[in-house]
Design a protein around this ligand. Structure first.
Ligand SMILES: [Mn+2]
Length: 264
């Protein structure tokens, strides 16, 4: 079984808010009669989800992050946690919870942005910085980023300091998945995809990944993930709900990617 946890927090937004509505939109699409609960492997995956509902938290940033970590630790009692954001700042408490349980994590990270700012606009816990904090807190063993196309000098310096491996959208086919190590955590910012297929985001960056690039990657993961998140879906900017539909698709393939290592 996989534990599904909504994290409707967008207090970490460094630009527009709106990602707090993401979990509800993704769930709606996941359970819509417009589709079914089967991954591409043929496995029915919705019935393998234990939906733990949404994390609850106070408005204060540090208190909210602490509450999200507690919610993730409680959800983990039901199975490996797949969390729905929320803005990308929620990955920090999710990584704290996963690392407390499994040790330092190897993270596979899909995004247009490195999210490695030492700080941005005087803030250290926004959606621009979760992986900088995670390195400093000793939560990460390695970080492999895919789809990066909006790097900046302060983030590049942080990437060099921590040995982050980065691939742009053109290099997906060249990634050596066999080299992935566990405990594996998968973090997918939906803005890693091209805005033409995922317009419902706060930080659209043209020239992004195609859905097949990432679906194929998930289907080829050589080991089971211990934690995962899909973040930054902003339903208020999502015509036709196509970004939520992509996120729901990724949820199905992520669940399948975990279950295929868990036996029949
Ligand atoms: Mn991003």
């Amino acid at each position: 079984m996989v534990a599904l946890l909504g994290v409707p927090w967008d207090g970490g937004a460094s630009f527009e808010r709106g990602a707090a509505a993401g979990p509800a939109a993704i769930r709606r699409r996941l359970h819509s009669p417009a589709g079914n609960g089967h991954a591409e492997s043929g496995r029915e995956v919705r019935s393998a989800l234990v939906d733990c509902g949404d994390a609850e938290f106070p408005p204060d940033e540090q208190a909210a992050l602490a509450a999200i970590q507690v919610a993730a630790e409680q959800a983990a009692e039901h199975g490996p946690v797949l969390a729905l954001g929320g803005d990308h700042s929620v990955s920090l408490p999710l990584l704290r919870a996963a690392a407390a349980r499994h040790g330092p994590l190897h993270v596979l990270h899909v995004d247009a942005h490195p999210d490695l700012y030492p700080e941005l606009d005087g803030r250290r816990y926004s959606n621009a910085s979760p992986f900088a904090r995670a390195f400093e807190e000793g939560l990460l063993a390695s970080l492999l980023q895919i789809g990066i196309r909006a790097d900046t000098p302060p983030q590049a310096a942080m990437a060099r300091r921590w040995g982050v491996v980065q691939h742009g959208p053109d290099a997906v086919g060249a990634i050596d998945l066999a080299a992935l190590r566990g405990p594996l955590y998968v973090s997918i910012d939906i803005d890693g995809f091209d805005p033409a297929v995922a317009p419902g985001v706060s930080h659209p960056e043209a020239g992004g990944l195609a859905p097949r690039d990432v679906i194929r990657l998930l289907q080829r993961l050589p080991l089971a993930w211990v934690g995962a998140d899909v973040v930054e879906v902003v339903p208020g900017r999502d015509p036709g709900g196509i970004t939520a539909a992509l996120a729901a698709k990724l949820v199905k393939e992520l669940v399948d990617a975990r279950l295929r290592f868990d036996g029949p």
